[in-house]
Design a protein around this ligand. Structure first.
Ligand code: 5AD
Ligand code: SF4
Length: 461
């Protein structure tokens, strides 16, 4: 039992992918992953602290570890709560032996050796010091068709509400050569869909000075075998026009840009230290709207930031109409430790935050209902993700990152394999997804046989 491990992951895609790298590192050190925590000698918890709710979930789950004490198990807390709370976790949960933030994962082998030697208070906390990235050739990806590649770690933006600069350390980019080697290796293994990751993915700067971010996108998109390339999350400050031009020029670059605005009010944006105005953001939107391709745009929003007036909030609502987003992820402001906003009076009552969130989501739903109608009758290429037996529908994703539920009535064979690509005619549009019917597969269509591995439990924000 001692060399078995169980891992649970909370948080963003960066965390999900970190876990894939941690799993690979552990396996290389002789551990094997089990799907049931009861069978594991080592239980790891990769945590998120973006909002208070996420952090509470972590401590709630950590409390549940308690009942497994005395079974000879060891516990490790990784990720953003680990970095944020540090040694305080040992006080709160004395049965935890290892606390490590993401900027210290490259030292995992030596931390594991100390754990095996019986040490009980091991910390890997980096506090914005490191300029190294965590690259490993041992990554164990849970999906055999779509895979992440981290191209930049950390964050130097210091938005007033955000923990990330404190939990993930300073910004550091990988070289274009190392990213392209990994992407080519993935293409050789049969991956067709690559998502480049970074907290500020478009702040990526090639340490070797060879490629711009847009050129890197194009280079990954031109790797034979790669059919889809996405990137997330972009920051408006670093959003340049050549990114739109690259998408227009390279069919494998997906027609989707996630560009969080956070607020439609320039004065709230100033208080948030976002370092752009509403007008500046809208100018970037006009570049995307002017593209030849129908590029879907998605965003994150925060309601109830300290000092947000009714008029400020109204500007967020009018921005929704001006941009016509394809999806918006909206959150109530949550004061976070160490961030500047924690010292601003959290002046907006919970009831007002709730009401603003409801209004925003209702308005956005209305926009999506109208805006998705443009897809009616279109033929969209869909990557197959799963099958929903209750509805007898195949579930897939379009290049725009929309969920497409479709039937395969015209297919002679059974359900198309996960990871394959099909053309689907859209017969109905709903506010959150498209519904359609698959066209017969083109001759020579490639199918992929999925390789199943134990999947880390991932809760995406
Ligand atoms: N409160 C609420 N939402 C937050 N986000 C980040 N920090 C906070 C916070 N303190 C949201 C932002 C970000 C998304 C990942 O989470 O909208 O883009
Ligand atoms: Fe990801 Fe931010 Fe949560 Fe850390 S705090 S896991 S960076 S969302």
């Amino acid at each position: 039992m001692s060399k078995t491990f169980y891992i649970e992951t909370f948080g963003c895609q960066m965390n999900a992918h970190d876990s894939e790298k941690v799993i690979g590192t552990l396996e290389h050190e002789g551990y094997s992953q089990v799907a049931d925590e009861a069978e594991a000698g080592l239980i790891l918890y990769n945590t998120c602290s973006i909002r208070d709710k996420a952090e509470q979930k972590v401590f709630h789950r950590l409390n549940e570890y308690k009942r497994m004490q005395g079974e000879g198990k060891k516990f490790a807390v990784l990720g953003c709560v680990a970095q944020q709370e540090g040694e305080r976790i040992f006080d709160r949960a004395p049965y935890v032996s290892l606390v490590a933030g993401s900027a210290s994962y490259r030292n995992l082998p030596s931390m594991l050796a100390r754990l095996e030697a019986g040490e009980t208070r091991i910390t890997g906390l980096d506090d914005r010091q490191t300029d190294q990235t965590f690259d490993t050739e041992f990554t164990v990806r849970s999906n055999p068709h779509r895979g992440y590649i981290t191209i930049i770690e950390g964050c130097d933006k210091f938005c007033a509400y955000c923990v990330v600069p404190y939990t993930r350390g300073k910004e550091r980019s990988r070289t274009s050569a190392s990213v392209l080697v990994e992407a080519r290796r993935m293409a050789d293994l049969g991956y067709t869909d690559i998502q480049l990751l970074g907290q500020n993915v478009n702040s990526w700067r090639d340490p070797s000075g060879r490629l711009s971010f847009a050129e890197l996108l194009t280079a990954v998109g031109n790797i034979p075998g790669i059919r889809r390339v996405r990137f997330t999350t972009s920051h408006p400050r670093d959003f340049t026009r050549d990114i739109v031009e690259a998408i227009d020029a390279t069919p494998t670059l997906c027609d989707h840009i996630h560009l969080p605005v956070q607020s439609g009010s320039s004065s709230v944006l100033k208080a948030m230290s976002r370092e752009y105005t509403r007008e500046w953001y809208l100018e970037r939107m006009s570049w995307i709207h002017a593209a030849t391709r129908d590029i879907s745009i998605t965003s994150d929003m925060i309601v109830g930031f300290p000092g947000e007036t009714d008029a400020d909030f109204e500007e967020t609502i009018t921005l929704l109409g001006a941009v016509r987003y394809d999806a918006v992820f909206a959150f109530k402001f949550s004061p976070r430790p160490n961030t500047p906003a924690v010292h601003m009076a959290d002046s907006i009552p919970e009831a007002v935050k709730n009401e603003r969130l409801r209004i925003l989501n209702d308005r956005q739903r209305e926009i999506q209902r109208e805006h998705y109608a443009r897809h009616l009758g279109q033929v969209q290429e869909v990557m197959v993700e799963s099958y929903n037996p209750a509805r007898n529908q195949v579930v897939g994703r379009s290049s725009q990152n929309k969920t497409v539920n479709f039937t395969t009535a015209q297919l002679v064979s059974a359900n198309p394999p996960v990871g394959s690509y099909l053309n689907v005619r859209v017969t109905q549009t709903l506010p959150n997804c498209l519904v359609g019917e698959a066209l017969p597969p083109a001759e020579g269509e490639v199918s992929f046989v999925p390789v199943q591995r134990p999947q880390p439990f991932v809760v995406l924000n």
